[in-house]
Write a protein that binds this ligand. Structure first.
Ligand code: IVH
Length: 687
């Protein structure tokens, strides 16, 4: 071996470890991946030719290694303690802790406040990393606190953990303690890959992290995208200890250890409460799970004065947040029937307090999701509710499944007929949903169809909500939207919670809805796949309802953005005698809209132009402006980009106006917009 090979290998190791740190810890790489790969392959080749060059801190040692028979025990030189938990959600937790600390330190009321270091409580697996002369030599789990397990092989695969500390003269011994975790984006990505390849997804990031570290085969651990945050030290020999815990973390960061930036040094209990509340608010936007915050007395001298009580330090406490995941039991799986007849399976849960609310139902979406989770009635499941997201079942705890095992849940088997109307249900090829074939015969579909018909962006009947629709349908007063226009005060007054006055209000709203637009009417019919935009395109193209009702698939496909699926849906809808009848009754009942001659392919005055609306316009609402721009063939987008043609700015326009100015996009006020719309407005187009 030549001197220069050894030197080159050392240099490559140093460079690779440096770039690894830039990439995984700082998230700020200096070189492209291809260049990293080139350096890596060069080192690999050198080591293959000269095996004696393989060093403990070589990045090539992050992968590979043989599966183990079991983990060797590791006696911790300094015990790994746990911390006392304050479960009080309110400020009391912080005040109790501060009061205890002050009492133990015999501080008087007028002594200055105690200084605390505040950190996140990461939700993963605690490990101890032992560095000797700056090189990572061993990683161990906490175990019972005295003895853990040697998980060095697996921990080496975690890219953000340095194999060598960044120091010219590293201490003889430094043990770094912290938490191995899996970030949410990595968890989602890993699970998506697992699903695609038919593998088993992980239940949650915490189990992902803990399970990976305790894998005997390091190749499996290497495939799991794990991360690490340092939060303290164990044995330290020959290291100049600073005065405070927060300085310890600063020093670890300088040595190249990942240390979370979400921490603070505060004075007294109010500071603790503030940190707790601030993190609590931002909890769901962090890219990883936490289950609380940790407060530590910052001064190391005061820490040693306070000491320990029964394996817990008196100087630290964990202040937990309400859990976002909880275990509960699926008491039954039922289905709900939607507007399009889709049977949506719903898990009826033993009520459980999670994410700040009591959850007793969670949607299971469809049969595919039931299969993916393999959730069965009687199963213990993990329910997650983070922020304002609807609660979801994220996994089944298989070893708690009742014995004998309940059967796999098949919607079609359990509900061969619609639970609401008794019609047959079926699953169409290529569709995830199972649907009731009852159509508008099915009261559940009828109710949903009525709600859609009356909704604000459809026919817009104010006050016709779910409760009222339930009663109208259940009492047989309304079967189709056309029946709404036959209601009288006398019929309505008999309904529950409906005084004469609100009956009159509803009738007035129904009356007002008689004058509508063709686009709204088409949208209100609830034809499958015909949303608001398609309805507007159809109205503009055909000009009147008769033309649309008579159109075949070929004619429909002349309309911009209408493909074969949408065209077929429309033809099928109007081929149904029942639907034609409802349309006729609605027209006879006095529903009307302006019509114009078919416009065919002729584009509107604003065709091809993209608008963004911001601020309040003096003379029209934002919805009106949107409708009018779209009626003239323009598009309305949500954000300003180089593709935006016009920004329409009203009072108190904010960042969108600013962006338009930066990008040099034309800016219009209401008057200028009306000017652009004028040629259309003078024509006969009234949508
Ligand atoms: S300090 C002597 N700090 O919470 C104090 N622990 O029982 C030792 N944890 O499983 C722990 N984040 O792994 C500390 N910022 C943090 C932490 C933290 C998470 C875990 C730790 C242990 C448990 C404490």
């Amino acid at each position: 071996m030549s001197e220069s090979s050894a030197e080159r290998a050392r240099l490559l190791r140093e460079q690779l470890n440096h770039h690894n740190y830039r990439y995984y810890v700082l998230d700020n790489p200096e070189i492209p991946d291809a260049e990293y790969d080139r350096l890596y392959r060069e080192l690999e080749a050198l080591e293959a030719a000269h095996p004696e060059l393989v060093a403990a801190d070589s990045p090539t040692r992050r992968v590979g290694g043989r599966p183990l028979e079991g983990f060797a025990p590791v006696a911790h030189r300094v015990p790994m303690l746990s911390i006392r938990t304050e479960t009080d959600i309110e400020a009391a937790g912080a005040f109790n802790f501060d009061a205890r600390v002050r009492r133990e330190l015999r501080l008087k009321d007028d002594d200055p406040p105690v200084e605390y270091a505040c950190e996140l409580k990461f939700d993963g697996l605690a490990v101890n990393l032992r560095y000797e002369l700056g090189v990572l030599v061993q990683a161990a789990t906490r175990g019972d606190g005295e003895t853990g397990e040697d998980v060095t092989q697996n921990v080496r695969t975690i890219r953000c953990i340095p194999l060598r500390l960044n120091a010219d003269s590293p201490p003889p011994v430094l043990e770094v303690r912290g938490e191995v975790y899996m970030s949410r984006p990595n968890f989602e990505r890993y699970n998506a890959q697992q699903r695609d390849s038919g593998g088993t997804p992980l239940v949650n990031p915490r189990n992902g992290a803990a399970g990976s570290i305790r894998q005997l085969d390091p190749a499996i651990a290497a495939r799991r995208p794990l991360s690490f945050y340092a939060y303290g030290i164990g044995e330290a020999a020959g290291w100049k200890m600073p005065a405070t815990h927060s300085q310890v973390l600063d020093m670890l960061r300088e040595l190249g250890m990942p240390v979370s930036g979400e921490r603070a040094v505060v004075q007294g209990p109010q500071g603790l409460v503030q940190f707790h509340d601030d993190i609590g608010r931002r909890r769901d936007s962090l890219p990883f799970d936490i289950d609380g915050v940790v407060y530590k007395v910052n001064s190391l001298e005061l820490q040693s004065k306070l000491g320990f009580v029964s394996r817990e330090p008196r100087w630290a406490v964990a202040h937990k947040f309400p859990p976002e995941e909880e275990l509960t039991v699926v008491e039954a799986i039922e289905v709900q029937v939607g507007r399009t007849g889709a049977l949506t399976p719903v898990a009826r849960l033993k009520p459980v307090f999670v994410g700040g609310v009591t959850v007793s139902n969670a949607t299971l979406h469809n049969q595919d999701e039931i299969d993916r989770l393999d959730v069965r009635e009687g199963d213990s499941v993990i329910v997650r509710r983070a922020g304002d997201v609807i609660p979801e079942v994220v996994g089944v705890v298989k070893d708690r499944r009742p014995q004998p095992e309940p059967a796999r849940f098949q919607i079609l088997q359990r509900f061969p007929v619609c639970p609401v109307c008794g019609s047959h249900v079926m699953r169409q090829l290529g569709e995830a949903a199972i649907r009731c074939t009852g159509g508008l015969y099915c009261p559940a579909q009828r109710k949903q169809a009525l709600l859609h018909f009356a909704s604000r962006r459809a026919i817009d009947i104010e006050g016709l909500g779910e409760k009222l629709v339930d009663q109208l349908v259940d009492q047989g007063l309304v079967r189709t939207p056309a029946d709404l226009y036959k209601l009288g005060v006398a019929k309505l007054a008999n309904l529950e919670r409906m005084a004469q006055k609100s009956a009159a209000n509803l009738l007035a709203a129904i009356e007002k809805s008689r004058h509508t637009t063709l686009a709204r009417f088409i949208f209100a019919l609830g034809i499958r796949n015909v949303g608001e935009t398609t309805a507007k395109d159809l109205a503009r193209h055909f000009g009147g309802l008769d033309g649309l009702m008579q159109a075949d698939e070929e004619a429909l496909m002349q309309v911009p953005d209408v493909g074969p699926v949408v065209a077929q849906g429309i033809v099928q809808f109007f081929a149904e005698p029942h639907n034609r009848e409802v349309v006729e009754q609605l027209r006879a009942g006095g529903l009307s809209w302006p019509e114009h001659a078919p416009q065919g392919k002729q584009p509107g005055a604003l065709a091809g132009k993209t608008f963004v609306l911001t601020g309040t316009l003096p003379g029209m609402t934002r919805d009106e402006a949107k409708d009018r721009i779209e009626a003239a063939g323009g598009k309305v987008a949500g954000s300003v980009s180089k593709k935006t043609d016009y920004v329409v700015a009203g009072a108190e326009a904010g960042s969108k106006l600013h962006k338009a100015q930066q990008l040099g996009v034309a800016i219009l006020d209401e008057e200028a917009l009306l000017g652009l719309l004028r040629p259309e407005a003078q024509g006969k187009l009234d949508f």
